[in-house]
Ligand binder design. Sequence first.
Ligand code: ADP
Ligand code: MG
Length: 350
Amino acid sequence: MIEDKTPHRTSLADLGEFGLIDRLTKGFEIHNPSTLKGVGDDAAVMDFKNKKTVVSTDLLIEGVHFDLSYVPLKHLGYKSVVVNVSDIYAMNATATQITVSIAVSNRFPLEALEELYAGIRLACKHYKVDLVGGDTTSSTRGLIISVTAIGEAEASDLVYRNGAQPNDLVVLTGDIGGAYMGLQILEREKAVFQVNPNSQPDIEMYSYILERQLKPEARKDIPPLLKQLGVKPTAMMDVSDGLSSEILHICKQSGVGCRLYEDKIPLDPQVISTCEEFNLDSTTIALSGGEDYELLFTIAQADYDKIKGNPNFTVIGYITDKSEGVNLVTRAGQFIPIIAKGWNALTINN
Ligand code: ADP
Ligand code: MG
């Protein structure tokens, strides 16, 4: 696995904690004037002037959230930043800083962690966020990564989950279901590889969905785009657990119901063809897949003209009174109550 891919192996024990932190954090640039002090002191110092501060954190555990037998460490580093800044964009805010904490077992050489940090560095550059701190410790088994993202916004720009009103339109950015189907391909190829280690996986035709799983991007472009269009969503969140689970959160917190239309859910052709290949229903995958990191939001009907025809946005339904419930309207016109089937880390037993 990891060990085989790294020709040079510098043991972490030889390097020591401070040597390791120095090696991992060098070469990171500071992009934001709000970062007054980054890595290297007892605490980082930030100054957001009169803006509000937004903070979000995620914990990623090897064997629960990622499998290093098919996820390259550089991709893992990149993705662990993406999933966090995505939460900041979901508040309609700008991501500005991150902290990264890792717990590693001695099975990881320095070179493996440098790969992880190469991915983190690339994401910091792409999303213009500053690495301002973290913690480094050992684990008895496996790798644990925790990233905290910090952002800023004008108080009047912040969007919560609880502001959706009856008759608002439900809007989704991009397309969904790809990350989940990418994972199905990776799991299948892993199973094939275990039977026949000489097999050469043929994955060219799945490039889009594999990228959605291995190298997702957060929608950094959406908050400034909405601002430019003069649209402030009434509620917003990112699609990390699956559309059904996310729309239920918005409806519950806003005290409303909704109707989503099956035929409006945006799916990439590769998602549709791979679902056919796996004998899966693409609507089910779109509803319960997760990890797409698109943004789901609601807007007032009056704002429809401002987003109409924009290729970033698809209107997939509208908000109703709470008494109508949360429903999917199928192509055949049937109403099906939406239940949360999103990916839930707590359902994994081992
Ligand atoms: P402390 O003893 O106060 O916990 P550390 O020696 O752990 O300090 O950390 C020294 C500096 O390096 C701090 O600025 C800390 O935030 C940063 N740091 C430690 N580990 C990491 C890491 N894995 N990634 C980024 N920064 C880190
Ligand atoms: Mg520390």
